[in-house]
Ligand binder design. Structure first.
Ligand code: PLP
Length: 439
């Protein structure tokens, strides 16, 4: 008997197999009912084990919970200075305090001006406003997500008292150019390195190149004690003044001087608990930093091949990116018009959490309100405030804020295959972008 099937029955029988093969080769995105790319969570943050437990219990039982009586904070300062190559470090209550102390000891006073980026965490700007100084925003270089160093010099006025760039996301600003501008105008450079632990410029750790370098140890940071901060110094006198400022005006060289004070100040000290945790966390810091750097570089090699994605570039001179954030620009036109929000939603459905990042800081209403306040109106002429408003344009940053996508640092702490998965999920979304855009 002849068993050859007719063309119609053959096609009918083969169709499900073809569809299955196609579904494997080109699975539907999870948002449209397909399988999730990733079903396990990314590595946890923070990481802690018996080291932290012992450190906390030892501190508890010592009864020395304050830096004036214990040794943890002091030991941490010495260890962090040694690790970064700074002459000295000062631990502070948090990163905001580190910036605030820096402004104070570097002589930024009410009525002065400070140059800041518009693409940063709010604390960078808040400390300037709380000092009753004018934040002068310099646009962002969207290629790197950093302050546009080429535009800094033209923002300097006779009242500029500090330049405060941020090593955003753990990537590094163009420090050669920024340091040269600061030196030319004899203005201190305060490095906001709150997101950039162990990042490097020409082989030197960031935070050691400016007059001060400020770090945060808030819970999300690559070095974490829940809350906490530090300042790095090359100048011992400056460190002594900062110590006094953070200790209610009472300096180290004044110990024993009984309620007499070197300056005004505040209590911005770190507690011994945090010092203990930081010392324990530092035992893993370098290995974690290496994993982030390797995974970050590998992810860039994958994502830059996908048309429509532009990973943040490094300036020549960057010898290590701390990758507190993995940042790239997303161009929806290259994804069949799929908006950034839809892209993030589709990515989250694949098990890959991403974020859209900061909004433009320079145009926020609270800044206008601050400048309209009685104090600012007294300190700055109407003409200066009008000129500030006219010049407060950061078009590149405005656009960047509509395109940015971030991944958090813990996503870079797993195996290299996690990066392949991230890129694979994005490729899958791209192949199905038109259908996703319509959904
Ligand atoms: C760029 C930047 N500057 C300053 C800070 C302030 O640090 P903290 O939250 O420890 O006060 C942060 C914290 O997120 C930051 O990211």
């Amino acid at each position: 008997m002849k068993l050859t099937p007719s063309r119609r029955t053959f096609l009918a029988a083969a169709a499900p197999a073809c569809a299955a093969a196609q579904a494997v080769a080109n699975p539907k995105p999870a948002l449209l009912g397909g399988p999730k790319t990733r079903t396990t969570p990314f590595p946890d943050w923070p990481v802690a084990d018996a080291r932290e437990e012992r450190a906390l219990l030892d501190t508890l039982h010592s009864g020395k919970w304050f830096r004036g009586s214990g040794q943890n904070v002091k030991r941490f300062e010495e260890a962090y200075a040694q690790l970064t190559g700074a002459r000295q470090a000062l631990a502070t209550a948090n990163g905001t305090a580190a910036l605030f102390i820096s402004l104070n000891v570097l002589g930024v006073e009410p009525g002065d001006e400070v140059i800041v980026p518009p693409y940063t965490f709010i604390a960078t700007v808040n400390v300037v406003l709380r000092q009753h100084a004018l934040p002068v925003f310099v646009d962002t270089d969207p290629e790197s997500f950093q302050i546009d160093h080429r535009l800094v010099e033209r923002a300097i006025t006779p009242n500029t008292r500090a330049i405060m760039p941020v090593h955003l996301g753990g990537n590094v600003c163009q420090l050669d150019s920024l340091l040269a501008t600061a030196a030319k105008h004899k203005i201190p450079l305060i490095e906001d390195a709150c997101q950039a632990h162990l990042a490097e410029w020409r082989g030197r750790k960031v935070g050691t190149l400016g007059a001060t370098g400020c770090f945060s140890f808030q819970a999300s940071k690559n070095l974490n004690s829940g809350e906490g901060g530090a300042i790095l110094f090359q100048d011992e006198d400056l460190r002594e003044r900062a110590y006094a400022f953070h200790n209610n005006g009472s300096g180290l060289r004044m110990i024993g001087s009984n309620f007499s004070y070197a300056s005004s100040g505040a209590n911005l000290r770190l507690a011994e608990w945090q010092g203990a945790i930081l010392l324990a966390q530092m035992t893993r810091l370098q290995a974690q930093a290496k994993t982030r750097s390797e995974n970050g570089a590998y992810l860039t090699s994958l994502l830059k091949q996908i048309p429509g994605l532009s990973p943040a570039i490094h300036y020549e001179g960057t010898t290590n990116n701390a990758f507190h954030l993995y940042m790239f620009r997303y161009n929806s036109e290259a994804f069949s018009g799929l908006s950034r929000d839809q892209f993030l939603k589709a990515l989250a459905a694949e098990g890959i959490p991403g974020a859209s990042g900061y909004r433009p800081l320079n145009t926020q209403q609270f800044i206008k309100d601050s400048l309209a306040s009685r104090g600012f109106q007294r300190l700055f002429s109407a003409q200066r405030l009008k000129q500030w408003a006219e010049q407060n344009q950061c078009p590149a940053n405005d656009k960047l804020c509509t395109q940015a996508v971030w991944f958090t640092q813990n996503m870079l702490l797993g195996p290299k295959s996690d990066m392949d998965q991230i890129a694979g999920a994005i490729q899958k979304i791209k192949r199905n972008a038109a259908a996703l855009a319509k959904s």
